[in-house]
Ligand binder design. Structure first.
Ligand SMILES: Cc1ncc(C[n+]2csc(CCOP(=O)(O)OP(=O)(O)O)c2C)c(N)n1
Length: 564
């Protein structure tokens, strides 16, 4: 049967099981919008900004494990997605962005609303396509979803000229995808896995360093099983929050720049590190030459290019984290050696426990002023640790990582790699769309929330009941913190007066607004806000002087932490 490109697009999405598309229309995609009007299977959510639309698709993907989808028009619509693409790319999130393009004949003519989005997005997508003929559209869509979600996941962009969408062809969605030159390795090499286990069992001070890859490969169960089988202490990256239960006695919390004292000391003293789905980001390693000076390193990653990229590795294992961990579990489970090993490493665990005891995550409560850490603790208490938490970027993000305990994967959504202010609210909306029954909270800064606050309108329109808690310190707190510590307190351009009135702004959008100005008001206001229907914004006036500790200064080694 002949169909228009626009109809092919909608049918292909429906056939691939896409239930929701976050988007914003325009002339180049108007045929698609007409086709969507007549289709009941694919729901379209109208956002207020294309950046918001990509972050929603990204939040949807992180919370659910399914690929997020976004549709935008050509030119400015497409360029507005770049930050969202780069955000998803850095964190390996499966997202497919479809953009409209000017008609094929006008490409290269500086036509109205023409931008070379394929060229612009190349460095921040896993792959991208310009569709040249209507007959290729269905195949390319299938490939785009395949590439986004397999191997190391990532964003894919598909640029669709207007004449391709208005032209017609036979609908032909291929069953299988075969792509020359793209064959991710899933199975870890058995002999490498055996050497890794042998190496681990020969040492006495092991640490598991777990990253977002554990969550992406749905391997949290395996990670817990292996770590319990050998009593391995586990630290996670920001992206790995929830990959290992934060309440587990073997959990050291986060490592790196704002990591726990115990995690950073353990890494620095360890004699073997099992890095699982983590990429040795500079926020984790600190000064590379001082990173884990005594340790042999085993690195499991599905992406071979991320191995040996930042640090030398003793045993590389390319493969899916889940597969490799399963193989390791098989090798150690029930073995006498494993029991002996637990005895051999007992002193090490006692050492770690004493670090955790002498230097826990903490803050100094102050009378009268609301401490942001206290707010996060109260959110944790009130939600029983069961919420999906999205964050913005800055101090709010670090406190959300430090003072809320995550026990399950896909419950902490944060822009780790790119550090995108304005990520949290749209990501929270996307997560709530994917997980309608869950409580979704965006822990925000007053600076970041103002970057995509227009998406409150989207939340109100579709009755998405996200709860935003603004840790309102009246400053760009994280930058101010660096100015305080390293620039003699010259607070250049980091003071944001506490405007707008967020409660009124929430109300203007049709959401509910609440405010707390004193510590004793915090629990009640949070309870009221979380219990209220629909989207809610809770403005908490916090102490602007508060800083995130521990802190490893940029360029310093992990043991050179500044403490509270
Ligand atoms: C889009 C973007 N612009 C600038 C920055 C640099 N930056 C990192 S943290 C930060 C301050 C964030 O302030 P706020 O949202 O109020 O959060 P706080 O640190 O006070 O919790 C800035 C400006 C960024 N990460 N992203």
């Amino acid at each position: 049967m002949q169909m228009t490109g626009a109809e092919i697009f909608v049918k292909a999405l429906a056939d691939l099981g896409v239930d929701v598309v976050f988007g914003y229309p325009g002339g180049a995609t108007i045929h698609i919008y007409d086709a969507l009007f007549k289709n009941v299977k694919v729901r379209h959510m109208l956002c207020r900004h294309e950046q918001g639309a990509v972050h929603m698709a990204d939040g949807y993907a992180r919370a659910s494990g399914r690929t997020g989808v976004c549709l935008v028009t050509s030119g400015p619509g497409a360029t507005n997605t770049v930050t969202g693409l780069a955000t998803a790319y850095m964190d390996s999130i499966p997202v497919v962005v479809f953009s409209g393009q000017v008609p094929t004949l006008l490409i290269g003519n500086d036509a109205f609303q023409e931008a070379d989005i394929v060229g612009i997005s190349r460095p921040c997508t896993k792959h991208n396509y310009l569709v040249k003929e209507t007959k290729d559209l269905a195949r390319i869509i299938k490939e785009a979803f395949y590439i986004a979600s397999t191997g190391r996941p990532g964003p894919v962009l598909v640029d669709m000229p207007k004449d391709v969408l208005s032209g017609s062809a036979r609908y032909d969605l291929p069953r299988e995808v075969t792509l020359r030159g793209y064959r991710p390795t899933y199975a870890g090499h058995q002999r490498q896995v055996e050497s890794a286990v042998r190496l681990m069992l020969s040492r006495e001070r092991p640490v598991v360093y777990a990253g977002g890859g554990v969550i992406l490969s749905n391997a949290s169960g395996e990670l817990a099983e292996l770590s319990h089988a050998l009593s391995l202490p586990v630290t996670t990256t920001l992206m790995g929050m929830g990959a290992f239960p934060g309440t587990d006695p073997l959990s050291l919390g986060m490592l790196g720049m704002h990591g726990t004292y115990a995690a950073n000391m353990a890494i620095s003293t360890s004699d073997v590190i099992l890095a699982v789905g983590a990429r040795f980001d500079d926020r984790v390693t600190g000064k590379i030459s001082e990173f884990a000076p005594h340790a042999k390193i085993i690195h499991i990653d599905i992406d071979p290019t991320s191995i040996q990229k930042n640090v030398p590795v003793d045993i590389p294992i390319v493969g899916d984290v889940k597969d490799v961990l399963q193989k390791m579990i098989k090798l150690v489970k029930g073995k006498k050696e494993a029991a002996a090993y637990r005895g051999k490493t007992a002193a090490w665990r006692a050492q770690i426990a004493s670090w955790a005891k002498t230097h826990p995550l903490t803050y100094k409560p102050s009378k009268g002023k609301i401490k942001p850490q206290y707010v996060v603790e109260q959110i944790h208490k009130l939600t029983g640790g069961k919420a999906i938490v999205a964050t913005e970027v800055g101090q709010n993000q670090m406190w959300a990582a430090q003072f809320y305990t995550y026990n399950l994967p896909r419950t902490f959504l944060s822009s780790g790699g790119l550090g995108t202010m304005g990520y949290g609210l749209p990501a929270a909306i996307g997560a709530q769309v994917a997980m309608p029954g869950r409580l979704v909270v965006d822990i925000a800064g007053d600076g970041s929330i103002q970057m995509n606050i227009q998406e409150l309108a989207t939340a109100v329109q579709y009755r998405i009941p996200v709860k935003v808690v603004i840790l309102n310190n009246g400053t760009l707190g994280m930058v101010r913190q660096w100015q305080e510590l390293f620039f003699a307190g010259n607070y250049s351009q980091t003071c944001l007066p506490r405007i707008p009135d967020f409660v009124k702004l929430a109300e203007a959008y049709g959401a509910k607004g609440f405010r707390a100005t004193k510590p004793e008001e915090v629990p009640g206001v949070l309870r009221k806000g979380f219990a209220a229907d629909g989207p809610v914004l809770i403005d908490v006036i916090t102490d602007p002087e508060e800083m995130v500790y521990p802190m490893v200064p940029a360029g310093a080694g992990l043991t050179e932490m500044l403490l509270v």
